[in-house]
Design a protein around this ligand. Structure first.
Ligand SMILES: [Zn+2]
Length: 326
């Protein structure tokens, strides 16, 4: 049929390790998924070629390529305004990467690219707790980084250059740990998985307190949780420090934005049981008093692997339809 409405989009989540590709229908059902290893493609041209091939195969196996409306991509340091990944500190491709234009030229469909944290906020606003909220903050606690985006009066606040909400690169210690962004003491060096493990290693070095962590070999976040579960004081203190640090930063952020909620997401939360109480305490203790009684601190109900592809699918619906095959 001429001008038939297309009811499916592709949502893609690019991270430094894995890229998840999902076929999503108009109701937000994930119909099919595929992955590729981002680390297999040190050259971005090879990555785009592989991505295009995976999109074709996924589409052909699920109703045909002609049924796909558009593509949305979530990526670190991506700029919705330019469609480029710009100087991503944790990615294999350096400089300015025009990923949206490259993929559009390769597959002949409209492609929108958004910053991972902003895309998470989009997913949360359509499919999560932020549904119906006008002003809210999303903070993603990841393996290496901490991302964030926020909506104001029902609209994503992108900022003049598309980089609003970079709480992970707000400085909490001018003489602190070096960050991949080139500065020192950024929040994400302390409350990402890598940052928390570094705190644990430093505490182990600085004291001679007995701890189960001392026999853990190369420390992992799973071990840090397990040791805290078993009553290990040093492990619990690591979580305590991380939670307190994060709570204060979230309170500062919320005091500036005055949102209905701060919603937490990200892979760290799968292990962070012992961080939650100190985080919540320091958050409410540090908030501006006039907003303390209304604001909610929540953990997203959407699972981590689905949220970003769902958010990317929302982004795909926002881009104007375009097809070389019409
Ligand atoms: Zn930084």
């Amino acid at each position: 049929m001429e001008n038939e409405i297309k009811t499916k989009v592709i949502g893609i989540n690019v991270t430094s390790s894995v890229t998840l590709i999902a076929l999503v229908d108009i109701r937000g059902n994930i119909l099919a998924k595929d992955t590729l290893k981002t680390t297999d493609y040190p050259n971005v041209n090879g990555f785009v070629e592989a991505l295009a091939e995976h999109i074709m195969l996924l589409s052909e196996a699920n109703g045909g390529y002609q049924t796909i409306r558009s593509v949305g991509i979530s990526a670190p340091s991506a700029n919705f305004v330019t469609g480029c990944i710009e100087n991503a500190p944790n990615m294999p491709w350096k400089g300015i990467i025009p990923l949206a234009a490259m993929l559009r030229d390769s597959i002949g469909l409209a492609v929108a690219l958004g910053n991972d944290a902003h895309v998470s906020a989009l997913g949360e606003s359509v499919y999560g707790y932020a549904h119906g909220m006008n002003t809210f903050i999303i903070v993603t606690l990841g393996r290496k980084g901490v991302g964030s985006g926020f909506f104001s009066y029902g609209q994503p606040h992108l900022g003049t250059d598309g980089f609003a909400g970079e709480i992970g690169h707000c400085c909490i210690d001018v003489n602190g740990r070096p960050c991949n962004c080139g500065r020192k003491g950024c929040l994400e060096r302390y409350v990402s998985i890598q940052g928390i493990l570094q705190t644990a290693r430093e505490m182990l070095e600085q004291t001679d307190h007995p701890s189960l962590l001392r026999s853990a070999g190369e420390l992992t976040i799973e071990q840090l949780k397990t040791c805290a579960d078993q009553g290990d004081e040093l492990a619990r203190e690591v979580w305590n420090v991380a939670g307190t640090t994060l709570g204060i930063s979230l309170a500062n952020y919320a005091t500036v934005v005055n949102p209905e909620a701060v919603i937490l997401t990200g892979v760290l939360l799968e292990h962070a049981k012992w961080m939650m109480a100190p985080m919540e305490k320091s958050f409410y203790d540090s908030l501006f008093h006039n907003i303390r009684s209304t604001i909610r601190l929540l953990v997203s109900p959407i699972n981590n692997s689905d949220r970003d592809v769902l958010g990317a699918s929302v982004l795909a619906w926002k881009v104007k339809e375009y097809s070389l095959f019409k």
